[in-house]
Design a protein around this ligand. Structure first.
Ligand code: GLN
Length: 469
């Protein structure tokens, strides 16, 4: 496996083996030729214009540095000025971004070139990328299977090499699970490390911006660029730059990992995932890593807690999208009420409406104490348990999903089963913890999770595993 695709490509540009225009042209052609339905918009014109600029720099004898000249993809829930940002929804089908999201702007400022807006589940609502007005994204390795979700298009583009990296969004697993289904790296950073400004809000208290890439180093490099405090997002925190060049190929002696028994013993865990996960743990043990089995909340409690909070927040966040301030408006209605009703009725998908209705219900008088406030209390308990566990261990290892990628068309019939398939990812989201989904020898990847702020430690550990297994 290459140490860094970003570095390899930039070396080629600097050595004049390829021009930036050729590189971008190649990617645009590959995106157009792809049959995976991974993209909502391809940004050919703007991207080629930027490529010409970097070619001029090279022609003037300068070297490209940082992310200069590197083509990347953007999940279609980020605003990118001048482009249509749909969130894969009917209501925002024609919505033109008035400004650019902070994280995307930082990448552009570092020289990266956005080449596409990527297909995803509508407003991040889903685990299969089938909840999209553009249709399902197909799995990178099998056309009959789902790409995973919600950031399916981003994972598929990276797996196919059509983007060098892509920026997804992870609220309850939307980077980690599609990374698993398509066998690439995907990171959900610590909550607050990357600004959410310009990301369409799903669950503001757990939405995270993160990269997909083909190597640990590329994850670290792109994370460094996107991270940082932002006056436009009050939840952002200061973080140190990760020193990517000092990554060691040796696993640190004495590293302690924990495995949650309730995850591994869950009856819905696919046997092939369980077997290879256990093999990986044994391999790590043979390299001197200490492994302990820990108790944790069961998957059903985690899923219920996450979905109560997620649905409540999305009902509130999406109330602003009513065809008045934003989005397509149903016209020629007799009165204001029918304008609102038809706009939102036609503009949102069945799945998104289900979530808005359920979210409003758990927030309403008579239900909120019994349901929503209880979920907040359970969340506190989950956070406390993580804090306790990380006093003893460095990392928690777990599968990313209990299932192999489902066949397209299967999951939408049974939303509850789809929600339950998120049981391994949602708990870490509720805790705001950094988690890497890594394509080691486990179907659907393995998740490596650490305490808040320990993103660098995860990437160092994963790099050592990447290089030594
Ligand atoms: N599948 C989860 C959900 O539908 C997570 C989605 C996400 O992280 N955006 O809520």
């Amino acid at each position: 496996m290459s140490q860094s695709t970003i570095q390899d490509i930039q070396n080629k540009l600097n050595n004049r083996e390829i021009t930036c225009v050729q590189l971008v042209q190649e990617k645009i052609e590959a995106l157009n030729a792809s049959t995976k339905n991974a993209n909502n918009t391809i940004l050919a014109e703007q991207a080629l214009k930027k490529a010409k600029y970097y070619d001029k720099k090279l022609a003037a004898g300068e070297k490209l540095t940082g992310l200069e000249g590197i083509p990347f993809g953007v999940k279609d829930v980020y605003l990118l000025k001048g482009t249509i940002s749909t969130a894969s929804s009917n209501i925002l089908k024609n919505y033109k971004s008035p400004y650019t999201a902070t994280a995307i702007q930082k990448l552009i400022d570092a020289g990266a070139i956005p080449v596409c807006k990527e297909n995803c589940d509508q407003f991040g609502h889903g685990s299969t990328n089938e909840n999209s007005i553009f249709g399902a994204t197909k799995n990178a390795h099998d056309d009959s299977k789902v790409a995973g979700g919600s950031s399916g298009g981003s994972a598929v583009n990276v797996a196919q090499g059509n983007t060098i990296f892509s920026v997804g969004g992870d609220t309850g697993g939307s980077i980690r699970q599609p990374a698993g289904y398509n066998k690439v790296f995907g990171l959900k950073p610590t909550y607050g490390r990357v600004s959410r400004y310009g990301l369409m809000a799903y669950t503001s208290s757990s939405d995270c911006v993160g990269p997909f890439a083909n190597s640990v180093k590329d994850i670290a490099t792109t994370l460094n660029v996107m991270s940082g405090k932002d006056g436009k997002d009050q939840t952002t925190v200061v973080s140190n730059a990760i020193d990517v060049d000092s990554f060691s190929t040796e696993i640190k002696p004495g590293t302690k990992i924990g495995v949650y028994k309730s995850f591994i013993e869950h009856p819905s865990l696919e046997p092939s995932i369980k077997a290879s996960f256990n093999t990986l743990i044994e391999q790590l043990q043979s390299k001197g890593i200490e492994v302990s089995e820990l108790d944790f909340f069961d998957g059903d409690t985690l899923t219920a807690t996450y979905y109560i909070i997620a649905l409540a927040e999305t009902a509130s966040n999406l109330s602003r999208i009513d065809g008045i301030a934003y989005g397509n408006r149903a016209m020629d209605k007799d009165n204001l009420a029918s304008t609102y009703l038809d706009t939102r009725g036609e503009g949102f998908s069945e799945e998104t409406k289900r979530r808005i209705i359920a979210g409003n219900q758990v927030l309403s008088v008579g239900y909120s104490d019994e349901i929503y406030k209880k979920a907040l209390l359970v969340r506190k308990g989950i956070e406390a348990k993580f804090a306790k566990d990380f006093e003893e261990i460095d990392f928690i290892l777990s599968p990313t999903s209990p299932l192999l990628p489902p066949t397209i068309g299967e999951s939408m019939k049974d939303p509850l089963a789809m929600y339950l398939s998120d049981m391994y990812t949602v708990g870490f989201s509720l805790g705001g913890l950094p988690t890497l989904s890594a394509p080691f020898n486990v179907p659907n990847n393995v998740q490596i999770t650490a305490a808040k702020g320990k993103d660098e430690e995860i990437l160092r550990f994963a790099y050592a595993i990447e290089q030594s297994l």
